[in-house]
Design a protein around this ligand. Structure first.
Ligand SMILES: NC(=O)C1=CN([C@@H]2O[C@H](COP(=O)(O)OP(=O)(O)OC[C@H]3O[C@@H](n4cnc5c(N)ncnc54)[C@H](OP(=O)(O)O)[C@@H]3O)[C@@H](O)[C@H]2O)C=CC1
Ligand SMILES: N[C@@H](CC=O)C(=O)O
Length: 428
């Protein structure tokens, strides 16, 4: 039996999805009893060049050609962003169509609304591709690991920034060149500032934390810092310190107290996350029964993401075959409080000073007065009369580091406190 799909969007992910669903049609029929075929594809620009494997006669720029087609039972949304994707998904659900989406912006911000409408109507919304590209994360947290109390999530969940930082570290590439390459490879969002400023990772963390911690986590609960201010020099100093810089997302649940952060972090080379390069993503999950797990794979790109979208289509078709698609779900949401990160971290701080006698003694005194001891100090002359100092502290709470930076900024000879990052411990 055939089943008609309507695909909204035919860019990096949409195109990969159409091609993969076509290539696997026979296998999917074998697994589910349904042979999927893409009936229509929504795009903005009908004239744009696309893969020759895309049947152009299926393209439309009229969303309601698809939404109003009673034969189409499954909508695959790969437009991205909030509008018009949200409206199209809600309209599709209200017409009794199932939805598979790769849209983390929408699920992070409007997931509750969308899932409620789907539940009320009795259809499904699946979104494995929204987090971690090819890596199964939503499914394992929602299904296989539910016997656990998950206490920790930690990982690299944005391919674009990981690609940029890897290129800066390994090839000495400039930030702008590495970003342009990530865009050309289809990793970046339509507006890449959401990757660079950490928002994309924060949205993914919101989705993962809601599922893993059984809590209504909002995007605003995540403290976010991006990588815009990380320079080639930070990446180089990190190397000298035996570390790499990564945009790390972390979530902890300590007896109902949640802390959620996305921030650039120094990772020691001996740490497994240090070797997660380019567009690869990785996520550590700690469960009270399972112990530590690590998920690793390609977090962005056309076919890796299509793998997750088509995987969701297959799960959906199987559920349709079994007659359980869209059965009411009992989601467990517990009352939890979001609190600032209370962990102690070693910190990396880089600041520029006028290279005069006595400056370092003054700085050392400030650290001493603040009760913060230095583990490592690098001092580099950057130009005549100007030096850069990099200090790695012993472990302290983040707020003590903030206070120290304020004090440093008051010192006449300190021109700028340019970069502060925590350093990830090797093991807990
Ligand atoms: N790229 C990746 O690696 C990953 C992306 N995602 C998510 O997948 C989704 C899609 O991303 P991606 O494929 O990279 O995005 P692209 O920008 O490559 O593709 C977007 C597609 O949507 C179409 N489109 C955009 N706006 C409209 C509109 N108003 N009406 C009709 N069609 C529209 C575009 O049409 P046209 O072709 O005519 O311009 C294009 O085909 C996003 O939610 C993203 O976050 C998730 C995981 C990985
Ligand atoms: N822009 C995202 C795409 C996948 O979610 C990323 O770079 O990770």
């Amino acid at each position: 039996m055939t089943i008609a799909l309507g695909v909204l969007g035919c860019g990096t992910v949409g195109q990969g999805t159409v091609l993969l669903a076509h290539r696997r049609a026979e296998k999917i029929q074998h697994l589910t009893g349904f042979r999927p075929y893409v009936k229509r594809i929504l795009v903005r620009d009908l004239e744009k060049t696309r893969s020759p494997e895309i049947d152009r006669s299926k393209l439309t720029n009229q969303a309601y050609d698809i939404l109003d087609d009673p034969e189409i039972q499954v909508i695959v949304e790969t437009i991205g962003g909030i509008e018009p994707a949200r409206t199209y998904i809600l309209e599709a659900l209200r017409r009794g169509k199932h939805v598979v989406t790769a849209n983390k912006d929408l699920i992070a911000l409007y997931g509750t609304e969308i899932l409620k409408v789907a539940n009320d109507v009795g259809v499904e919304v699946l979104y494995e591709a929204a987090v971690g590209g090819a890596i199964p994360l939503v499914g394992p947290l929602q299904e296989n690991l539910t016997a656990n109390e998950v206490t920790d999530l930690k990982g690299i969940i944005n391919g674009t920034t990981n690609f940029i930082l890897t290129q800066m570290s390994e090839t000495g590439a400039e930030f702008a060149d590495a970003l342009a390459e990530a865009q050309a490879l289809g990793y970046a969002e339509a507006d890449p500032s959401s990757d660079i400023d950490g928002l994309d990772a924060a949205r993914k963390l919101t989705i993962l934390a809601s599922i893993a911690f059984h809590a209504r986590v909002e995007l605003a609960d995540v403290q976010v810092e991006g990588i815009r201010h990380i320079t080639a020099r930070d990446v180089q100093y990190a190397r000298e310190l035996g570390c790499v810089v990564k945009l790390l997302a972390s979530g902890t649940d300590r007896n109902g107290r949640l802390s959620l952060r996305v921030r650039p972090t120094l990772i020691p080379l001996a740490h497994p996350l240090a070797h997660v390069s380019n567009s690869y993503n990785a996520l550590f999950v700690r469960g009270d029964a399972a112990g530590d797990l690590m998920f690793f794979g390609r977090g962005a790109g056309s076919m890796p993401t299509a793998s997750a979208v088509v995987g969701d289509i297959i799960s959906l078709l199987r559920n349709i075959r079994l007659g359980v698609a869209g059965s009411p779900e009992n989601r467990l949401y517990l009352q939890k409080r979001v609190v600032p990160d209370e962990m102690l971290y070693q910190h990396y701080v880089r600041f520029s000073v006028s290279d005069k006698p006595g400056v370092f003694a003054r700085i050392a005194q400030l650290f001493g007065d603040a009760g913060i001891s230095m583990e490592t100090v690098l001092q580099k002359r950057v130009e005549q009369g100007q030096a850069e100092i990099v200090v790695v502290t012993h472990s302290i709470p983040a707020h003590r580091m903030d206070e120290l930076c304020d004090a440093l900024a008051q010192v006449q000879q300190v021109q700028k406190v340019a970069c502060v990052m925590p350093l990830e411990a090797l093991s807990e």
